[in-house]
Design a protein around this ligand. Structure first.
Ligand code: ZN
Ligand code: ZN
Length: 133
């Protein structure tokens, strides 16, 4: 499968040990193209991802290697997304089920106060997802 090949190459480029669990994990991050929690990832991966401890360790390894990043201020759960998503986008977080979605919006940017030098930006929109609304 093509996505698996892409994932494999990304792991190699990042000088990470290439394991089937890591390939599958990175491949679903690419395929789903939305922020995923460890539970989401284990659920989608099924047996392919290994046990939960393995998925957890692999999420850490991928984020250490900067292939994925943790989405901050995303409520109760830690969710991860591909690092190469554009920097200036917001996240919509469901306050009921914890679902997180990326919002591609030019408007998703804030002006820093004068004299400040900002390192990053996290904009979060809180509310209810379609399933919970
Ligand atoms: Zn929801
Ligand atoms: Zn995002």
């Amino acid at each position: 499968m093509r996505t698996d090949e892409t994932a494999k190459q990304l792991l190699k480029d990042a000088k990470l040990r290439v394991t089937s669990g890591r390939i599958s994990l990175l491949a679903i991050m690419i395929k789903e193209n939305r922020p995923l929690s460890m539970d989401d990832a284990s659920e989608i991966l099924g047996w392919k991802g290994g046990d939960r401890a393995t998925v957890f360790r692999n999420l850490h390894a991928l984020s250490e290697a900067k292939l994925i990043r943790m989405v901050r201020s995303a409520g109760k759960r830690d969710v991860y997304e591909l690092s190469k998503r554009p920097g200036a986008h917001a996240h919509a977080v469901c306050t009921k089920c914890g679902k997180v979605e990326c919002v591609d919006a030019e408007a998703a940017s804030a002006q820093a106060p004068g004299g400040w030098r900002m390192a990053s930006q996290e904009i979060t929109l809180w509310g209810l997802c379609p399933a919970c609304a």
